[in-house]
Design a protein around this ligand. Sequence first.
Ligand SMILES: *Cc1c(COP(=O)(O)O)cnc(C)c1O
Length: 421
Amino acid sequence: MDHFLYKDGALCAEDVPVADIAAQVGTPFYLYSSATLLSHFKAMDDALAWSDHLVCFAMKSLSNQAVLKLLGDAGAGMDVVSAGEYKRARAAGVPGDRIVFSGVGKTREEMRIALEGGIRQFNVESEPEMAALSDVATSLGVVAPITVRVNPDVDAKTHAKIATGKAENKFGIPISRAREVYAMAAALPGLQVVGIDVHIGSQLTDLDPFGLAYDKVAELTETLRADGHTITRLDLGGGLGIPYRAGNDHPPTPAAYGKLVQEKVGHLGCEIEVEPGRLLTGNAGLLVAQVIYVKQGEDRQFLILDAAMNDLIRPAMYEAHHDIIPVVQPAPGVDPVQYDIVGPVCESGDTFAKHRTMTPLQDGALVAFRSAGAYGAVMASEYNSRPLIPEVLVQGDQFAVIRARPTFDEMINRDTIPEWL
Ligand SMILES: *Cc1c(COP(=O)(O)O)cnc(C)c1O
């Protein structure tokens, strides 16, 4: 469900024609819908209504502060993976007691920043990290609430680069070693065990791997309680997949996921946390681009866009599919053609789609990549010295640039040429 629909032949974001925004902002740009973000958040929040719960938005998927404020004001917590994300969330007004800190390589400096600023919990991923956190908390004279992230060794059946719950992955502590690690936590000063954390991967389109993982978490909860630990909170991670092919992909709904969670761990009486990223943001964003040239190749036609892999790296990095649609609704009865859709960057990997069936387009036409809200803008770079592209947020009939396009001078003046050159 999203709010990017054709109205009178023009693609609109909520009530604003995308072409109007393009005329004011220039292309390419990211475009987010507030109503879509909020409805996705509400779907997950409602799915857990049976429990005492907190939906912690995995802000690495889309970390613009306007989006953080929108979701934070709606009651979301945040899942952060760096001090930079922690500071961004706080700058957007999210209180520390709604922020959980994940990640395999938290530095002592990052721990200090979060402990001083206020934090709901650290999700600890290794024994050395636990020892470091104990040290930092003790030296500050505070107690750090923790869960231990366990690796349940289940196959998330997703792309290898975004699977995190197999024994071969760098994430979490093997669930077979959980008891000794919790014993270590209980013995260290400055730490307070509050629960268990698990996150098995991203873009899961089947509930079964979640079920397997949550069964193991439920069993571990009972074991750890019998060992004398206080387990009152289960952080069940993110990862629920979204439809990338409109009309063809049918991932499980948040409601079905919420029901599974209730079945698997509801009887334990724990507070539930989840960390959805893509689910909230993926289909709440478009990447809008313009056709620079239609180029005839030996055996195919190329649609060369002004957006490139530096702006949206998912196709190059994960072989990801994005629906790409024209901003002017195709007239009925026009025969479609096939294009390879590419960007201007000097790499063959700068290909968004091959043999894509589209309505015929001319130079200057606008197109929109659907499902570009998650892991889009946040993964962008200035490769080929292409300035980062702007982000725009729509709400009803209004829109605002929430990150401006840097000028060429702003981009190149970040370099410093040493005096001795
Ligand atoms: C990336 C990540 C998430 C979010 O994953 P999505 O697939 O975007 O929901 C949640 N928790 C942790 C620990 C992560 O690393």
